[in-house]
Design a protein around this ligand. Sequence first.
Ligand code: CP3
Length: 343
Amino acid sequence: MTSRRRMIDALEGETLSPPPIWMMRQAGRYLPEYRQTRQKAGSFLDLCYNPDLAVEVTLQPIRRFDFDASILFSDILVVPHALGRDLRFAEGHGPMMTPMDAADVARLDAGRFHEHLAPVYETVRRLRVELPDKTTLIGFCGAPWTLATYMIAGHGTSDQAPARLFAYREPEAFGRLLDVLAEHSAAYLIRQIDAGADVVQIFDSWAGVLDDAAFETCCVGPVASIVRRVKAAYPHVPIIGFPRGAGAAYSNYREKTGVTALALDWTVPLAQAKALQASGAVQGNLDPLRLVAGGRALREGVEAIRGALGSGPLVFNLGHGITPETPIAHVEEMIACVRRAAS
Ligand code: CP3
């Protein structure tokens, strides 16, 4: 059995020892070879839209660490970009967009959507050829709510107040925006699967700032709509949902959205994670700062996750993306610790 199947088997509910492992943001600034390619590319977006370079940075962490899965190198914000919104990544500032108002929703332009994203599909196609057969290829998109937070504010904020206010003040325009994003995100994922993605992940990084009712309408509803559309085209491709910060609301997110597996952030208690495993696979959830710290903090974190979740369907991962200051030796230690035979 190849480990391409291992990762998929784990997502579909099998208990594997050791669990498959990969890291969110595994291609990134903590790797010197990434920083070098990034410099060659000029801008971050040039890197995302250049298949030669995007393939290269996707493969870098696989060459170094032999992870069980590889995640396409791109960004969630290429979808609003492909709908005609402007996008820049300013050094040290993260993404910058022109903030949207209600009237802009009707001006979203999907006329060249797939043409704009063709370099991403080409990257996926080449990756499936170049990756070892045993390595699962993960495609991804941002969830509509998380995309909307950046489109409305024009940049990242700590509490997403601009998007929350927009949702309360302009519910019709906001609902329309979420619908457009869900429809096109589903089409985007389907094209990634057409091109060779084995699994897809939906990143809802800002799910944790909403009240109960808004979580249902802004997160659950649009993600359920994406899952329905992807499953209609590809019923057997596993879908991982990552509603970061959803807390108690993680508990019926899988049932309500139809995702195959739940990616857990590091604040999800292991007892809750264990209960979530009763209805399917979980992925996570090491605090990325334990990886920065290394040593005992790292070992205890890995062992606690293996101890609590190793007897059920688990994909080992971080609870959010790896941070740029992480020492490479700590990543090696984490992998050794995860793959060490269970005692
Ligand atoms: O995981 C991977 O290795 C695949 C690539 C990937 C990137 N972004 C590359 C990236 C993925 C899956 C993402 C998803 C993404 N992008 C999310 C959801 C996951 C999360 O982290 O919450 C979000 C919210 C974004 C939007 C985004 N892109 C932000 C807020 C930033 C700035 C923060 C930062 O780390 O600089 C980015 C930039 C970005 N996306 C970088 C990388 C490697 C760093 C840019 C650089 O190299 O200069």
